[in-house]
Design a protein around this ligand. Structure first.
Ligand code: NMX
Ligand code: MLT
Length: 409
């Protein structure tokens, strides 16, 4: 049974639908343009046409500029943009007071979402471009403050007027007792971590939600709150926390000299128990996520003999053939979350519950850039219309015939 999408004359017929094409998470259904990045199932992620593997070592500021402007900055533009980010990084002290009042028991993502909402109360200005720049500039300071206040490391540290974007983030974290060498490793990692998490096409859950909220003309901060609520789910951004916890569980279960056989047995048990194997699989990719490779290469540089990292490498080898035995799983390969947690831990960020906040710190860049396109540039500057897809009315949740398919709502 099929029904063409003809009801709304504004929507040309793009595809035929059937019962089987519903309740699929809109997988593969085209809904718009993404001007910042593309995810190719057999290749991976591209920012404005550049394979992410090739640009992971660039200055994060340059890559932010690329995503916002669709071209690399020349030296003068680079200096001007870096300066703008530093100027806009300042944060009103009232925002730190609101964070101080939050219950420590709340997950760091809830703090992060609260912080973005509070930023909107002070800096919301009904200008998406200005709000995007402000949020991107301020997010490192507010994220660092979340760590410091929750962990009791002291008052927030103000941004330095001379440091780069991620160098400043590490400076503002001010991890107590961290040596210069450890801080240099964390900076190296955060620069790459930030770049590889900036954007992932138009349809990933957080980005899609952020754009949907913005389509009702909510401001950028309100839209980003929606987006970050999407990122907080364990199948999306929070998979990096879950994955590291799984790696720790694996390490704890086997001896220090763990072997491929031990690890394979643990993975099989997970699958047999119908548990999620975090750090594997993707809605779009059908090859290993190049971002996982980029992060493992950084791991070889900064923590080659770390136990968790050795487990990550073994899982990347042993995992795919085991996941392939489950015919339901479309992508049996490691994704970006497979390696990030072990590296963060090796660099002194030892609590996995913070890892999704770091994903968010980075992902706000791509989401902001995509919201600016949809609100200010699409359809000749008019913006895309309010999101309003069609649902078929069915009290049982399953279509029983043509009559049901014809209903709408
Ligand atoms: N472990 C266990 N089951 C899995 C996995 C996995 N890693 N990957 C897919 N499946 C299951 C999935 O739950 C689904 O089951 P059911 O039909 O019962 O609903 C079935 O296999 C088919 O799923 P796919 O079509 O392969 O994947 P889908 O596009 O639905 O979901 C993910 C994509 C990423 C949600 C899924 O692969 C997953 O849950 N992975 C583990 C969580 C994770 O690492 N998420 C991070 C994604 C990247 N990110 O940063 O957001
Ligand atoms: C990712 O970074 O992998 C995404 O946000 C998940 C996706 O693309 O669906």
């Amino acid at each position: 049974m099929t029904a063409p999408m003809k009801e709304n004359t504004k929507s040309p017929v793009l595809m035929e639908i059937s019962k089987d094409s519903l309740e699929t998470g809109l997988r593969g259904v085209p809904v718009g343009y993404c001007t910042t990045s593309a995810v190719e199932a057999d290749k991976g992620l591209f920012y404005v046409g550049e394979a992410v593997e090739g640009i992971a070592d660039r200055d994060p500021e340059d890559v932010i500029y690329l995503l916002l402007n669709k071209s690399w900055p020349n030296p003068a533009q680079k200096a001007e943009f870096a300066q703008k980010l530093r100027v806009h990084a300042q944060i009103d002290a009232s925002l730190f007071s609101t964070l101080k009042a939050l219950p420590r028991s709340g997950h760091p993502m809830k703090w992060f979402i609260h912080a973005i909402n509070a930023l909107g109360m002070v800096y919301g200005c009904r200008d998406y471009r200005r709000e995007a720049l402000d949020l991107i500039a301020k997010i490192p300071a507010i994220t660092a403050a979340i760590f410091r206040l929750r962990e009791g490391w002291g008052d927030p540290i103000l941004p330095s007027p001379t440091l780069g974007y991620m160098e400043n983030f590490v400076h503002m974290l001010g991890i107590p007792g961290q040596t210069e060498a450890q801080s240099a490793k964390l900076t190296r990692l955060m620069r790459v971590f930030d770049v590889v998490h900036f954007d992932h096409g138009g349809g990933n859950l957080s980005t899609f939600v952020g754009k949907a909220v913005a389509s009702g003309k909510a401001d950028l901060y309100e839209s980003m709150v929606g987006a970050m609520c999407g990122l907080a789910g364990p199948l999306h951004g929070r998979a990096n926390q879950e994955c590291l916890e799984f790696i720790q569980e694996c390490v704890a279960k086997v001896s220090a000299n763990f072997t491929a056989v031990d690890v394979a047995a643990m993975l099989k048990t997970k699958l047999d128990n119908k548990e999620v194997v975090y750090g594997f699989g993707h809605a779009v990719l059908r090859v290993e996520d190049p971002r996982a490779r980029v992060l493992r290469n950084v791991g070889e540089e900064i923590c080659p003999s770390d136990t968790n990292f050795r487990m990550v490498k073994l899982l990347a080898e042993v995992g795919p053939p085991i996941l392939k035995t489950n015919p339901k799983i479309s992508d049996p390969y490691p994704n970006v979350d497979s390696a990030s947690g072990s590296l963060l831990m090796a660099c002194g960020l030892v609590k996995p519950e913070y890892y999704t906040v770091l994903f968010g710190l980075s992902r706000v860049v791509g989401i902001a850039a995509q919201i600016v396109y949809e609100r200010c540039e699409a359809r000749g500057g008019k913006g895309t219309p309010i999101i309003r897809p069609k649902y078929f009315y069915s009290p049982e949740g399953t279509a029983k015939g043509d009559a049901v398919i014809a209903g709408s709502g």
